[in-house]
Write a protein that binds this ligand. Structure first.
Ligand SMILES: [Fe+2]
Length: 351
């Protein structure tokens, strides 16, 4: 058995890219855990590719499903050893969870924010929602503040099921916070909180497939968004975000996973950002931890998973990188109107 044979087997009829390195990553994760959710998280292989790699390992006698566990067989262990593959080491900093940030002044609003978030609308599948932990949202705000993108600045949030606008405004640091959100429940929730707490948040219901309202374009120092991860969907969010920025020196924040995006997709995205006149100033992998959403057993990848265990609500497996971009030139954005489904592509796993 060779790595090449396994990749060829995994690729047979596959609509997603699968490379030899993905098999190495999967084996390394399988040496570290037998739990499907941990293996997805540790492998950093897109779920729709990983399920095919796992099936190929099983077909070749290297892996077994055993009572809901993913167990490497003796042959599987020998195969990994022959390739020099060891268990995946996570080595997260125990102090910051690997984010590299400290809450600092944001810690003062943490209790208040968590209190408010307790009454948030639940994530629904219609808009590919799935929110991050409250801790994550607070760290995002701290990160933006530390990069000079919050205090005295005008911030726009494109899609806000994570309630970034509320956490940001609670710090009283930004000059202005605007939210564009498609989900009526969230529009009402954020508006009610803003009114009750006296926060300077303006919320409008808006479908991002449509260009920005004219009074919004080119008006902001920073944008935040956590795009849906089809390539087309990601572009919709990134285009609107960048189009909302004033010009050079303005910054944008986006989330991007491994679960639903291969490095091929990462490359397309990076090329787009560079061509829009921005530079990727920072990328913090696994910065965002997501709370498990209630429709997990109805998500696209569910029927393809080798074992079916619904993870606990706070049993984190879906994470995303935090990307900070900064405009150097332009921005050069042609605002297009999009139609139809922006949530699906072959790598989409959680829509
Ligand atoms: Fe740390």
């Amino acid at each position: 058995m060779t790595l090449k044979e396994i990749v060829e087997r995994a690729r047979k009829g596959a609509a997603v890219p699968i490379v030899e390195r993905d098999v190495e990553r999967a084996l390394s994760a399988l040496l570290a855990s037998e739990d499907i959710w941990r293996v997805i998280d540790l492998s950093q292989v897109p779920v729709m590719a990983l399920v095919r790699v796992l099936a190929a390992l099983k077909d070749t006698g290297l892996l077994a499903w055993d009572g809901g566990r993913l167990v490497l067989t003796q042959r599987g262990r020998e195969f990994a050893a022959s390739l020099g593959i060891g268990p995946r080491l996570e080595l997260k900093c125990p102090h910051c969870g690997g984010r590299g940030t400290f809450l600092g002044p944001v810690a003062d609003i943490a209790d208040k924010f968590k209190d408010i978030a307790r009454n948030r609308p639940e994530a629904i599948q219609d808009y590919d929602q799935g929110y991050v932990t409250e801790e994550t949202t607070l760290h995002r705000v701290a990160f933006m503040w530390s990069r000079g993108d919050l205090k005295g600045k005008e911030l726009i949030v494109l899609g806000d099921d994570d309630l970034v606008s509320i956490a940001a405004a609670l710090t009283r640091a930004p000059k202005r916070v605007v939210v564009l959100e498609i989900d009526r429940r969230l529009v009402d929730f954020i508006r009610d909180v803003a009114r009750g707490e006296g926060l300077p948040i303006e919320v409008a219901q808006h479908d991002l497939r449509e260009p920005l309202p004219p009074d919004i374009a080119r008006g902001f120092d920073a944008f935040f968004c956590d795009p849906t991860e089809s390539l087309r969907g990601f572009m919709v969010f990134a285009e609107r975000g960048i189009a909302a920025l004033k010009g050079p020196g303005a910054a944008g924040y986006l989330g991007l996973t491994h679960c639903e995006a291969s490095y091929g997709k990462w490359r397309e995205i990076q090329r787009f950002l560079l061509e829009a006149g921005a530079v990727i100033a920072e990328l913090r992998d696994a910065f965002h931890d997501y709370v498990n959403w209630p429709y997990i057993d109805h998500m696209r990848s569910w029927p393809h998973l080798p074992v079916h265990r619904i993870p606990g609500r706070e049993e984190i497996w879906y994470r995303s990188a935090l990307i900070r971009i900064e405009v150097v030139d332009g921005p050069h954005i042609e605002e297009r109107r999009y139609e139809g489904d922006i949530f699906s592509d072959e790598e989409a796993a959680t829509t």
